[in-house]
Ligand binder design. Structure first.
Ligand code: URA
Length: 250
């Protein structure tokens, strides 16, 4: 039976059941709520409190605020620069061409997008010309002012998720988290200690900068270096003895 037929059958069975219940005099349907983890609750609360944000000009020109997506208990987080046109359309991070490459990067260490958490330093699409969102080459890096207004959302996300490792994609993400002055080609693949201002951390989170996938699309010769960085991350995740442990991760 194909999926559509199966669904139609399920709807018909459910309708029959509800009609029978109504005929028996039942007037209320009991709702079973799925128990949600504290991380899911906290991320949902944060998303709700930020969904109408107008702290910078990007709020006026966005279609969707791109909060982030993935496992609320992820050991590994990827942080990019900011949503592009595709991400703004659907409200999810890294869904365009660079996103497809990020999926491959994640899969190169035998993880899936659902197992990691993906977000950005700014949550709304920075554009050169906000009157032409769909125009090619219209993306721009976020300004310092935009990063300054938006960064607390990311820092709170990190405080809730408590990843072991954050992979910072490109220079803007790296500089937003770390006090480094060298370029991305120097800092990539290194492990930096990071204590986020929200949440309790006995041990630092390790931040590992690497090249942004959009940069790899322009210069594929740099791919092998990202693959090297990912191998280091995989090894660190597997031998995370010195990193803080959480027994409740799935
Ligand atoms: N580039 C980014 O930095 N973030 C996205 O979400 C998409 C593209």
């Amino acid at each position: 039976m194909n999926r559509r037929k199966k669904l139609a059958e399920l709807v018909s069975i459910t309708r029959k059941f509800l009609e029978q219940e109504r005929d028996r005099g039942v007037r209320e349907v009991m709702q079973h709520r799925v128990k949600r983890s504290p991380e899911v609750e906290a991320l949902d609360d944060l998303a709700t409190s930020t969904k109408d944000c107008q702290k910078c000009g990007l709020g006026r020109t966005r279609k969707n605020l791109v909060f982030g997506a993935g496992n609320p208990k992820a050991e590994l987080m990827f942080i990019g620069e900011g949503p592009g046109f595709d991400e703004d359309q659907v409200g999810l991070p890294f869904v365009g061409k660079a996103g497809h490459l990020l999926t491959k990067i994640i899969e190169s260490i035998e993880l899936t997008r659902a197992e990691v958490y993906i977000s950005n330093i700014v949550k709304c699409h920075p554009m050169k010309n906000p009157d032409r969102p769909e125009m090619r080459g219209n993306d721009r890096p976020p300004t310092q002012e935009e990063v300054g207004q938006c960064l607390p959302i990311l820092l709170k996300q990190i405080g809730i998720i408590k990843p072991k490792i954050i992979c910072a994609l490109g220079s803007p993400a790296t500089r937003a988290l770390l006090n480094v002055t060298e370029g991305i080609s120097t800092v990539r693949g290194r492990f930096y200690d990071f204590f986020p201002p929200y949440g309790n951390f006995g041990e630092p989170i390790r931040v590992v900068p690497t090249y942004h996938p959009a940069y790899l699309l322009r210069d594929p010769t740099k791919k092998s270096q990202v693959w090297e960085d990912m191998k280091k991350i995989k090894k660190a995740l597997a031998t995370g003895g010195s990193l803080h442990e959480r027994a409740d991760r799935k």
